[in-house]
Design a protein around this ligand. Structure first.
Ligand SMILES: [Zn+2]
Length: 322
């Protein structure tokens, strides 16, 4: 059938018609909101490169989490800035670490908000790399045990989901084995299965104070030029016991999200990263685009590409807009 019998514009004529046939919808329950927690009980401080996002004490994180829960958002994912950093990122897996404390505070305040934790060393290491460093090299295998300890300590504090973001080979199996051995066989692993070495992480590094002190992360994060490699990464993570596959960043990798959706039956997540957020915020502040429309369009595109849920700094605002 073709024109003039077929006229696709018929179904675009009114808002009701458009809503009736809309294929993709972003809802608050498909969103996860990132929180940055800091030691002590100082006042919340806005993160300059992430307008609307704050460094939070454990008590403030719990208050923020309650608000997130009341908006119908499904979960939060926690990142920690420790009191002190060292080469092995010791505070990352300390029982009284900054994330562990915040998890306990949030769990005692919120009824059923999902508390997820980012599992990686870079926020806690003095060199800012995601693994154990030997000379100029980031060592894979010695890192696995530390990641596993971190995941177990998060689960012990009450995390519902752990999310390794380091991109070391074999970390999902190491974490699964350690969780199972520690009585956390029911704790799911949300794996950052395809995490690219991206320029769009800039604002996050300021927020998490996690910029590498030497070199870059191209030796372990993925080359943005590759999609088949992303599928191999996913395959490996599935074999090792991942429960959800995450792609990061989202907007530059919609094809990767689509390909992973196509090839795997597991739930797919996408991380709408700090740079994606900051660039729209900055353009909106200059009056160059409409933030609300641009944000809703971005997240809808990520969902349309195949993401079941999205980690986004817009989660709270979006819950109000939708
Ligand atoms: Zn890292």
């Amino acid at each position: 059938m073709s024109f003039p019998t077929e006229r696709p514009r018929r179904l675009r004529r009114t808002p009701r018609l458009r809503a009736l046939v809309r294929e993709t919808r972003v809802t608050p329950e498909r969103l996860v909101y990132p929180l940055f927690v800091v030691p002590g009980d100082g006042p919340r401080r806005e993160i300059p490169s992430l307008p609307g996002c704050f460094h939070l004490s454990a008590a403030d994180a719990a208050r923020e989490a309650r608000e997130v829960e009341s908006l119908g958002i499904s979960g939060v994912i926690l990142f920690g800035l420790p009191r002190a950093k060292d080469p092995l990122g010791t505070e990352g897996y300390a029982e009284d670490g900054v994330v562990q404390k915040a998890v306990r505070a949030i769990r005692s305040e919120c009824r059923d908000l999902l508390v997820m934790t980012d599992v990686c060393l870079c926020e806690y290491t003095s060199h800012g790399h995601c693994g154990v460093v030997d000379g100029a090299e980031v060592k894979n295998d010695p890192t696995l045990e530390l990641l596993a300890r971190m995941a177990v300590s998060h689960a012990r504090a009450g995390a519902h989901v752990v999310a390794p973001s380091d991109m070391m080979d074999g970390r999902v199996r190491a974490i699964r084995t350690a969780l199972d051995a520690s009585g956390f066989a029911d704790t799911p692993i949300l794996s950052y299965a395809a995490k690219y070495a991206s320029a769009f992480y800039g604002p996050f590094r300021e927020a998490a104070d996690s910029a590498p002190q030497f070199g870059d992360r191209r030796g372990y994060q993925m080359d943005p030029a590759n999609v088949r490699e992303a599928l191999r990464e996913c395959e490996q993570d599935v074999a090792e016991g991942a429960d959800v596959l995450m792609i990061k960043p989202a907007m530059p990798n919609l094809d990767v999200i689509g390909a992973v959706r196509e090839d795997f039956d597991l739930p797919v997540a996408a991380y709408n990263v700090s740079g994606e957020y900051a660039m729209l915020k900055a353009a909106a502040a200059k009056g160059w685009l409409d933030e609300r429309q641009a944000a809703v369009e971005s997240l809808t595109a990520i969902k349309r590409a195949g993401a079941d849920f999205i980690v986004s700094y817009w989660a709270k605002e979006l819950a109000g807009w939708l």
